[in-house]
Design a protein around this ligand. Sequence first.
Ligand SMILES: [Zn+2]
Length: 452
Amino acid sequence: MRKLLLFSLVVFIMNSAYSQESDEKVIEKIFDNVLVSNEAYNNLKHLCKYAPGRLIGSEESVIAVHFMKEYLEKLGVDTVFLQEFETPAWKCNHISIRMLLGDTEINLRADALGPSPSTPEKGLIANVIEVQGIEDLKSREKSEIEGKIIFYNRPVDMTFINTFRVYGSAVDQRYYGPAVAAELGAAGVLVRSVSTRVDTFPHTGATGFGEKRIPCAALSTVDANILSDALKIDNNLKVKMIIDAEDIDIITSFNLIADIVGNEYPDEYIVVGGHIDSWHNTDGAHDDGAGCVQSADVLRIFKELGIKNNRTIRVILYMDEELFQKGGTSYAEYTEENNIKHYMALEADAGGFSPEGFTVDASDSIVEFISGYRKILEPYGIYYIKKGGTGVDIEPLKKFGVPLMGYRTNPHRYMDLHHSAYDTFDKIHPRELQLGSGCMAAMIYLIDKHGL
Ligand SMILES: [Zn+2]
């Protein structure tokens, strides 16, 4: 009996060890762990090598999900499952954009925007109208636009410090430009890549169409300059666009979900996640393989350090952030149907660079409360916790009043590689990536322990 009592006491002490330890001590242990672990880094290496171009509907997207599922199962967490949903998808089989100069055809480096329709098999050949944006296009005569290829060539505004704002200064051309051009009778659209570099990598992305769709592609910034210069010499030159793309009717796809059930409030979920899909033209190392392996790493850290969580910690690796954002919306529908209560949600989709901060989308009092954690996290690279936008995948939970957070990293290199073939594994630094796992795990530990 005494032995049993003693044993119970030891178990009790072990279980409560973390609750007695100071937050500073637990967080130190988290960072001691991540800085010598290479699991997130190795998982990302695997994803980039064996599942590049994991756009929804692709074989690679399925490979990626199954690889991460197997990894999470190996961690011995409580639940791992696929949340299925039905969705249309799209793929690009081939693209060629050529500038026709007399008998010479000059190849321009380009990638199809999703979901661009195909051109006729022999291509779409038309004159090009260069514009500086949607307003510029709308100011033109309709007769000038009809049957032409519209070339949106307004560069990004580099004067913003945060590159997400640099991106925001020109992305309207890519997202809304093709639909507006289609409405005005254009035959096709070329868009200058939304990037902070002048280089030869085209940066693709989603474009929103209404009823009418026309072929559309992004040119690398170097090729956009080449086309613009050529138009200055001969504004009658033609471009030949060939795009072979397919609409995929309806497929079954899935988000990957893994839980460590909470001890005190198992029905209250703390979500941490990223998106497992990437564009067809990229390894998606920073966008968003990094956020996925870091989210999974949060569960590893809790398991490995034996940190007991009060609430259920749920990792979600969302499918389809890039094309139709179906993963996020379908998860929100699923939680509504099943009456799942979320305590908060954190998304990592800003690249695997050095940590900088967290953004919070919640009431002022919650923002203020969470920003109190800046001090304890500052030694690990968290310099700000402030109100701001968070992530596309968790955004649909906002309507249920769930406090949302975004993990933010040093932004200066992100728009160099976003949605392009330049986003490869060699751009990942292991320490920077692992510090991100640590910051996310530490934030979740603090919120779970102290509440909001
Ligand atoms: Zn992303």
